[in-house]
Design a protein around this ligand. Structure first.
Ligand SMILES: [Zn+2]
Length: 202
């Protein structure tokens, strides 16, 4: 069964243990001054919305390298591709660099993907990652879910999801998250549970 008690991706810095807390962008500006709370897991990445011409991308990538080497940072991301926001060509370049960084540090990748699934699948095919890639906040339909699953991706579902995609996802490859919403993980779990397969009989 999926772990319905672990928040796979949240922006809440006060999230409980078990969550993977996404570091806010300003940490990339000053990685040395970041103080992780003991016992918590974090993810660090450059969000595609911040990938703009003129942004200090190289400096952020250096910070990311430093952060990704720390044991408290258990994933790289969120990073990704968003055709509706920002500079799509530049995003692809910066995504590739973050994916390679994740490989180098043997850390999984948390991916934001909006209207760019074909490109994402292309990257996965090209880079053949050993690290697990997971599309977070997945809102696609069952067909889109099956394509990603067949390529080796995991899926993380949040407040908005299509039940048919949850049904298409093997429970052990399904994660849940609160992301930047104001609802709790228990509410997400409650919304997802009716679409999960019934627990196996003992
Ligand atoms: Zn997020």
């Amino acid at each position: 069964m999926p772990d319905l008690l672990a928040d796979f991706h949240t922006h809440r810095l006060d999230a409980p243990a078990g969550a993977t807390i996404n570091l806010p962008p300003h940490v990339l500006d000053a990685p040395d001054s970041w103080k992780p709370r003991p016992g918590l897991n974090y993810s660090a990445g450059i969000h595609p919305w911040n990938v703009m011409p003129g942004a200090p991308i190289n400096r952020w990538l250096q910070s990311l390298e430093q952060l990704a080497s720390r044991p408290e940072v258990t994933a790289v991301g969120e990073c990704g591709l968003d055709r509706l926001h920002g500079d799509f060509a530049l995003q692809q370049n910066v995504f590739r660099k973050q994916a390679l960084l994740a490989e180098r540090f043997h850390k999984p990748l948390i991916i934001h993907c909006v209207k760019a699934q074909a490109e994402l699948l292309r990257f996965h095919k090209e880079l053949h990652p050993h690290a697990q890639w997971t599309v977070h906040g997945f809102r696609g339909n069952a067909l889109a879910a099956r394509q990603l699953l067949a390529a080796g991706f995991d899926l993380s579902f949040g407040r908005h999801f299509q039940p048919e995609a949850v049904r298409a996802c093997p429970p052990d490859r399904l994660h849940i998250e609160t992301d930047d919403s104001d609802i709790g993980l228990a509410e997400v779990a409650e919304a997802i549970t009716p679409f999960l397969p019934p627990p196996a009989q003992e």
